[in-house]
Structures are given as structure tokens and as C-alpha cells.
Design a protein around this ligand. Structure first.
Ligand SMILES: [Mg+2]
Length: 159
């Protein structure tokens, strides 16, 4: 089965990354953290902070330290996993790439306004129930720390 899997808070420790890297390494990051139409824009944020976009992008150097270890299990699964993540096309793309997640999945897509039913996925794993509803496919509402990739794979086996 072709399965879409979310990135933030499912495969990536997003809250820790924000707290330990973005908020602590870039002065006033948290206070000025802005969302435009629900999607983060590094350009607008850098402008607000009076720093270069490069400085924000450099923070992604540490992204690989924030990948959940159990992502490795996806590679051994008989299912085809595609990361479907919502975010700024440049920042999110870089974040996913530099995290090292891509070697464990078949493909990845960064969406902005559209729903997550892309690339013919038949199932969606996401920590946001609304994403599953909007995609109009069956799904698994994934909540760490209660759920792990192992739990997900066991759930899929029983189907
Ligand atoms: Mg998420």
C-alpha cells in the first residue's frame, strides 16, 4: 500500500528542535515566529528579525539530531512510505533533506495550501486529525509518545 506519512512530530522531534535550536540559537526567534497562512516563511521571518535568511537556514545543520530513531523501521516495511509534509517549500524541503529521513522512504512531497492526498496515497499517518479528514483517505492518528513506528507497522499488518 502507498502510505503518506507526516514529518513534524511523527518522524521528527519538532518541538525539541524549535526549543533547543531555533529558539535558543537565534535571538528573539520565538517572539517573532510568524506563520503566514499556516505556513512558516523564513524570508518574512528573517526580515522581521533583521537577519539574513542564510542564518535561519544554517540552523538546519542540526536537523539530523532530531529524527526519531524508529524511522529506520519504515525501510523494512512491505509498504511504500512517502513523506507528506506541510510547510514553506524551501525551509521544509531543506529540513526534511538535512534530517536524513529520505533514505528510509520512497519519496517526499512538501504541500502548502492543498490537502495531503498526493502521489496516489491510499492511507495517511499524521498527528493532526484534520489532515487525514481533508485528505479523504483512511488514516492513523499518530500521537507520540503513545504511538511509535513499531505500533504503526503492527496496526498496518492487521489490516
Ligand atoms: Mg505533524
Amino acid at each position: 500500500m502507498r502510505i503518506g506519512i507526516d514529518f513534524d512530530r511523527v518522524l521528527f522531534r519538532t518541538d525539541e528542535f524549535k526549543e533547543e535550536v531555533l529558539f535558543s540559537e537565534i535571538e528573539n526567534f520565538q517572539e517573532t515566529y510568524s506563520k503566514i497562512d499556516g505556513v512558516y516563511s523564513p524570508e518574512k521571518h528573517a526580515e522581521k528579525l533583521g537577519i539574513s535568511v542564510k542564518k535561519i537556514m544554517e540552523s538546519l545543520d542540526k536537523a539530523s539530531e532530531y529524527l526519531y530513531e524508529d524511522i529506520k523501521l519504515l525501510e523494512e516495511s512491505e509498504h511504500e512510505f512517502i513523506i507528506v509534509t506541510r510547510g514553506d517549500p524551501v525551509f521544509q524541503e531543506e529540513k526534511v533533506e538535512r534530517s536524513g529521513a529520505l533514505k528510509f522512504v520512497e519519496d517526499h512531497v512538501v504541500v502548502q495550501e492543498k490537502s495531503k492526498d498526493v502521489k496516489g496515497i491510499e492511507f495517511l499517518v499524521d498527528d493532526l486529525e484534520k489532515e487525514i479528514e481533508d485528505a479523504g483517505v483512511e488514516g492513523f492518528h499518530f500521537q507520540r509518545p503513545d504511538d511509535s513506528v513499531k505500533d504503526l507497522l503492527e496496526f498496518l499488518e492487521d489490516r
